[in-house]
Design a protein around this ligand. Structure first.
Ligand SMILES: Nc1ncnc2c1ncn2[C@@H]1O[C@H](COP(=O)(O)OP(=O)(O)OP(=O)(O)O)[C@@H](O)[C@H]1O
Ligand SMILES: [Mg+2]
Length: 284
């Protein structure tokens, strides 16, 4: 059956020893978040958002966070990307502590955040430009990718001329073409209709299986998480903490047909139940 490791609620998640925790090829994890907590304080209100969160993305692994709305997922991404400071805990990449440092990751935010004064092509090339990593072939490569995600002919368009879903695809490409090894994707497909979403999932799966970047992915979609991930962390409602860790057992390369197997359906049922429980708790 599935390899579920279950962390009961309200029990602090143990942080792991950072540099000795060798993963693939004996390398330290691409990303390790250790015991991160965060509370936002505004005037007299303080909102605890993350509670002692520890998680890991081994080199070339695809890891997903599933959790109810408002449980601190995007905040965790901001902390990993150095846009917010944690109150306590650390962020390490490749065995080095990088808490609060920017520029270490390729990041697709929940809002596509394209720059309105740059064309789609120039938006897609932005991360390479910032890192000084643009090459002679970069523009040509960007054009080819724009074609692959259905944006051919929009290279010179400006973001306001695109639909929400098209903007999301452009923002996704910008993250994909960024030179950093670790990609953080915050609900990259949420603005897409069901058909385009499933096309993009299939495309991302194939692409990832060919290129094997280290990815931390946020989604509310359980099937998407099971199809794409090596590991899924299930978060509690706010303040977010890791409730369950699921190692997804399906071999690679994966194809959508796995969604019909009894093992997939059993895992889906279990994850749905956990998500329902957390959503119900956050409503009371
Ligand atoms: N800069 C900020 N200042 C004050 N509160 C904030 C700030 N950023 C986020 N919050 C609060 O932190 C909580 C978690 O927000 P966050 O965006 O991380 O949730 P999320 O899990 O990504 O939710 P969703 O699934 O809806 O995207 C929310 O209550 C939000 O209001
Ligand atoms: Mg969010």
């Amino acid at each position: 059956m599935s390899q579920l490791t279950h962390t009961p609620p309200h029990e602090p998640v143990k942080s792991e020893i950072r540099t000795s925790a060798a993963g693939l090829h004996g390398l330290p994890p691409a990303l390790e978040v250790s015991a991160v907590s965060k509370t936002f304080t505004q005037r007299r209100n303080s909102t605890p958002v993350l509670n002692n969160v520890s998680l890991k993305v081994e080199q070339q692994q695809f890891v997903t966070i599933l959790g109810p709305s408002g449980c601190g997922k995007s905040t965790l991404f901001h902390i990993i990307g150095g846009l917010e400071q944690p109150d306590s805990g650390t962020v390490s990449m490749n065995g080095e502590i990088v808490t609060g440092q920017r520029g270490e990751i390729s990041y697709m935010p929940q809002q596509p955040a394209l720059f309105p004064w740059r064309t789609i092509e120039d938006n897609v090339l932005l991360s390479q430009e910032i890192k000084g990593a643009a090459r002679d072939g970069s523009r040509e490569e960007a054009r080819q990718w724009l074609g692959k995600v259905g944006l051919a002919g929009f290279e010179r368009a400006y973001p306001h001329m695109l639909s929400g879903g098209m903007q999301q695809r452009a923002a996704f490409l910008r993250a994909l073409l960024a030179p950093q090894e670790l990609m953080l994707l915050d609900e990259p497909f949420s603005a897409l209709d069901a058909l385009t979403r499933s096309e993009m999932q299939r495309w991302l799966l194939e692409l990832w299986e060919e290129n094997r970047r280290s990815v931390l992915f946020i989604t509310h979609n359980i099937e998407e998480a099971l199809l794409l991930s090596n590991r899924i962390y299930v978060f509690s409602g706010r303040p977010g903490q890791v409730l369950h860790t699921v190692d997804v057992p399906f071999p690679r390369p994966r194809r959508e047909e796995i969604a019909d197997t009894p093992e997939f359906l059993a895992l889906k049922r279990q994850l749905s139940q956990w998500m329902r429980e957390e959503q119900a708790k956050s409503r009371v």
